[in-house]
Design a protein around this ligand. Structure first.
Ligand code: PMP
Length: 404
C-alpha cells in the first residue's frame, strides 16, 4: 500500500480547489503589536497582522507578561501531571475562582483549550444525561459539533439565530427529556450576535438548559469583559458559559462556568478534562492577570471599538463590500477561494499586510473572505495603509471582472 500516494491524492484535490492551507510563519514582536517579523521569503521582513484573535493585544501586555514570568520563576514550566494526578496547581484554582466571579457562577473548570472545553463538556453532557437531546445552532463551531457527535446523543439542528425555529423544534421533543440548547454569542466568521434574550426565553419555556459559547466575546463585551451575556444582563439565565483564554485574554486555555454541581459533574466524567496534562501554571497566572485587568479597564475595549468603527467607515466610503454586523469582526467578502488566496498573497507580499484567507471548510464554499480584526493598537497610519491597498486591489478586481 502506498499510503503517501493516498495522502497526496487528497492534498492535490485541496490544492485544485484553492483550499490548501498555507501558514504564514511569523515572529510576533513583543511590545510592538500588531507588528511581526515574517519568515516568508516573498514578504517584507516586517508585516502588520490584521487577523489576530489576540483581539486586544493582551498577549503582550506588560502586566500579563510579568505574571507569566513570575509564575515560571515560582513554579517552573509544566504542571507536572493531569489535574487528577499532581497537576492541580494553586494558580489553576485561583484562575477558576476568577472565572466563576467573571461570569457570576458558583464554579468554573479549566481545560487546555476552548476546543477541548466544548468537546469535553458537550460530549459528557450528551452521553451522561439519559435520553438527552442537544439542539445545536446550525453555525456552531467545529468543537461543539465534534463534542455533540462524540456524545451520540440525539442532535437537532435549528436555524442559525432563529428562536422561532428553536421553539418549534423544542416543542416537538418529549417534555421530560433533558434538552441542551447549544449556541454562540458572537459568531466568529460572520461576526453576527445571537438574539440571546429570545433564545433564553424559548429554552426556559421548554425546560431546556442553555450552553453558550462566548469564545469571541469574553474580555471584549460587557462592563467587566464577561461577554454578551454580561452586557445583556443575562448571565444568570445561562446554564453553562464556555470561553477561551486564547483570544481576548491573550493566553491559552478554555473553560466552562456554571453551577457547582454542573462543574463537578464535568470534572468527574469528562475524559477531555481527566486524561490530559493540566495547563502550565504560568499560563494560568497570566490568564488570571489578563482577566483581572480587563475586569477593571474599559480602555482597550473602547479603543478597539473606535478602530473597528473607523475601518468600517473607511470600507463604506470606498465601496468595499463587507458584512455589516454589530461586532469587532469585519469580513470582507471575496466569494472565491482562489481569488481570496491571491488577494491575501498580494497584500502580504506587496504591502506587508497579513490577513489569512478564510476558505472552505472554515466557511461554506462561495463565501470565502478576508477577516479583519482591528485591535486597539492598529494606528491611523495602519488603517490608511490597509484601506489604500484594498482600494487598489478592488479596482484591479473590478477591472478584471469587466474584461473577463
Ligand atoms: N469556539 C469557537 C466559536 C471558536 O471560534 C473557537 C476557536 N476559534 C473555539 C471555540 C476554540 O477555542 P480555542 O482556540 O481556545 O481552542
Amino acid at each position: 500500500m502506498d499510503y503517501d500516494a493516498m495522502f497526496n491524492t487528497q492534498l492535490e484535490t485541496l490544492k485544485d480547489e484553492g483550499n490548501y492551507r498555507v501558514f504564514a510563519e511569523l515572529e510576533r514582536r513583543c511590545g510592538d503589536f500588531p507588528r511581526a517579523k515574517s519568515h516568508d521569503a516573498e514578504a517584507p521582513d516586517e508585516v502588520t497582522v490584521w487577523c489576530s484573535n489576540d483581539y486586544l493585544g493582551m498577549g503582550q501586555n506588560p502586566v500579563v507578561r510579568q505574571a507569566m514570568k513570575d509564575a515560571i520563576d515560582q513554579c517552573g514550566t509544566g504542571a507536572g501531571g493531569t489535574r487528577n494526578i499532581s497537576g492541580t496547581n494553586h494558580h489553576h484554582k485561583l484562575l477558576e475562582a476568577e472565572l466563576a466571579d467573571l461570569h457570576r457562577k458558583e464554579d468554573a473548570l479549566l481545560f487546555t483549550s476552548g476546543y477541548v472545553s466544548n468537546w469535553a463538556a458537550l460530549s459528557t453532557l450528551g452521553s451522561r444525561l439519559p435520553d438527552a437531546v442537544i439542539l445545536s445552532d446550525s453555525l456552531n463551531h467545529a468543537s461543539m459539533i465534534e463534542g455533540i457527535r462524540h456524545s451520540r446523543a440525539q442532535k437537532v439542528i435549528w436555524k442559525h439565530n432563529d428562536p422561532e425555529d428553536l421553539d418549534r423544534k423544542l416543542a416537538a421533543l418529549p417534555a421530560n427529556a433533558p434538552k441542551i440548547v447549544a449556541f454562540e454569542s458572537v459568531y466568529s466568521m460572520d461576526g453576527d450576535i445571537c438574539p440571546m434574550a429570545e433564545i433564553v426565553e424559548v429554552a426556559d419555556k421548554h425546560g431546556a438548559m442553555t450552553y453558550l459559547d462566548e469564545v469571541h466575546a469574553v474580555g471584549l463585551y460587557g462592563p467587566r469583559g464577561g461577554g454578551i451575556a454580561e452586557r445583556e444582563g443575562l448571565m444568570d439565565r445561562i446554564t453553562l458559559i464556555e470561553g477561551t483564554l486564547g483570544k481576548a485574554y491573550g493566553c491559552m486555555g478554555g473553560y466552562i462556568a456554571g453551577s457547582a454541581a454542573l462543574c463537578d459533574f464535568i470534572r468527574s466524567f469528562a475524559s477531555g478534562f481527566i486524561f490530559t496534562t493540566a495547563l502550565p501554571p504560568a499560563v494560568a497566572a497570566a490568564a488570571c492577570a489578563s482577566i483581572k485587568h480587563l475586569k477593571q479597564s474599559n480602555l482597550e475595549r473602547l479603543q478597539q471599538r473606535d478602530r473597528v468603527a473607523k475601518l468600517r467607515a473607511m470600507l463604506n466610503a470606498r465601496g468595499i463590500p463587507h458584512l455589516d454586523n454589530p461586532s469587532h469582526i469585519i469580513p470582507v467578502m471575496i466569494k472565491d477561494p482562489v481569488k481570496c488566496r491571491m488577494l491575501a498573497d498580494i497584500l502580504m507580499q506587496d504591502y506587508g499586510i497579513y490577513v489569512q484567507p478564510i476558505n472552505y471548510p472554515t466557511v461554506p464554499k462561495g463565501t470565502e473572505r478576508l477577516r479583519f480584526t482591528p485591535s486597539p493598537l492598529h494606528s491611523d497610519a495602519d488603517l490608511e495603509h490597509l484601506i489604500e491597498a484594498l482600494t487598489v486591489l478592488w479596482k484591479q478586481c473590478a477591472l478584471a471582472r469587466a474584461v473577463a
